[in-house]
Design a binder for this molecule. Structure first.
Ligand code: SF4
Length: 69
């Protein structure tokens, strides 16, 4: 599973940070920073919700991507 964030689209609304704080944080510019690009599969539900809630449609979740470890 792979999660990516398009910082050019991000408007800093912070819903992803609230929904999955293990995976997202705000950087000094107030924009999303992905802490864990290949999060544990147990977080898939939270990540799907974050993707749906993001008002800028900045998040991309690829559940087919193989885990690198
Ligand atoms: S929810 Fe979307 S717009 Fe808001 S901080 Fe996260 S990626 Fe950026």
């Amino acid at each position: 599973m792979l999660i990516t964030a398009d910082r050019d689209r991000c408007i800093g609304a912070g819903l992803c940070v609230l929904t999955a704080p293990e995976v997202f944080e705000h950087d000094d510019d107030g924009l999303v920073h992905v802490l864990e690009q290949e999060p544990d599969a147990r977080l898939e539900k939270d990540l799907r919700l974050a993707q749906q809630l993001c008002p800028a449609h900045a998040l991309t979740l690829d559940t087919a991507a193989p885990h690198s470890t």
